[in-house]
Design a protein around this ligand. Sequence first.
Ligand SMILES: [Fe+2]
Length: 493
Amino acid sequence: MIVKDIDSRLIITKFAMHGYNIHPSAVELLKGMKEDIDGIIAEICRTANGCFIITPEEIKPIISKFKVKTVSPVQSIQPKSEAEMAKEEIKKVKSAEVREVSVLKDITGKSSCRGTVEDFVVYFNSRLEKISRILKPRLKAIPISAIGKVRTQDIDVIGIVNEVREVNQNTAIFELEDRTGIVSVVATGKIKEIAMELMGDEVIGVSGTIRGGRSIMAERIVFPDIPNGSKTIKKDFAIAFISDAHFGSNTFLEKEWEMFLKWLNGEIGEGSEKVKYLVVAGDVVDGVGVYPGQEHELTIFDIYEQYEEAASQLDRVPDHIKIILAPGNHDAVRQAEPQPCLPKEFSDLFGKNVTHVGNPSLLDLDGLKLLIYHGRSLDDLMAKIPRLNYERPHEALYELLKRRHLAPMYGQRSPIAPEREDYLVIDEVPDILHTGHVHTYGVGFYRGVFCINSSTWQSQTEFQKKVNLNPMPGKVAVYQPGGNVMRLNFYNN
Ligand SMILES: [Fe+2]
């Protein structure tokens, strides 16, 4: 097929059909080509090898292979309209009013992993060491290799849980591993019930008696749980929590979002004047090529345009509210956690009152510790622990705090990048834990920590229909530390 003067939108759409995003500079290279553009795009996607954004580097070798001539695009510079100039002026004012949010922990700019086997060894050692440090004062743990060499029969050990097997109605066996060895742990009765809820790869302590020289009969399973009892922090401001806006999706709930903006701007309802922070826990856009057939469920096919839309919508949030934006699995960053913040090419689109952070990240907001995590591991927790469910997602957050880890289970639905340090360990107890991802809403307190799973701005998607997942869109928790939790509902169902 000979195509003359195809435009950017068509190129972007064609790449989206293959499940790829394309950089604007790469689009420019393809514009105006007089060759078989469909064939070239198919070849580019075939050789792109799953890269997140196709850049000129991926395209240039294919272009030379096809020996096509490219026509340089004519750059047209339009004079700025009055509206655009006014918008820039507003952004300047916003940047002058910026208040800093201090980031206590975030992978952004610190990633060193290459994904080698050695990296995974270092990563899991970091997990073991960090959580062992929490457990050690609570146990008299010996190295696993010392079992059988100590005189006493009663011992404590700390290790990473390997596979848990149910032997019969009353008994389960699991393996525990530390840097010195592996031991089998037998759990019966009530302990068996606890063992059946163990996530693979979490770090726990076990107290028990040595059985037959090489296994332990468990008497107690010790979680690295956060301390009981809470400090009461009182603040005169409130924080609004949202996530999963999915700008660009054809199921985006425009009317409900408009109502929320009206509320934030004090045009409807009450209480917005207290809001000092708006926290967004990922999936601000729907992305491109996130799942097969997604192109049929998009209204904006270009990832850049999706972020432009997200930025212009967040620009409508009043200037005195500081926005904190973390990515999720639909965002344009690496899929494996911990995810760094949005790259500059996207973050630059947002106003200066938006602070971009990674997933997860621990922040200090005026003396309040906020831990943000998109929540991908919640799917793993719901699948593993039958008493948890999507109608009460905040209860899964209690389990994360109890395990002191945001994605305890490796190799399931939460891809993990093996960094030298395990950023997913909850080593510092936050005042607030905020997640999203599962599109349902729930809030509660666990040992003094405010846990919130914020909802979504997307109605039920085709995929959710197939898996029978009922989202709870348009709900917003507004929390004033030491005061009330307000639940706003902008969606009538
Ligand atoms: Fe998500």
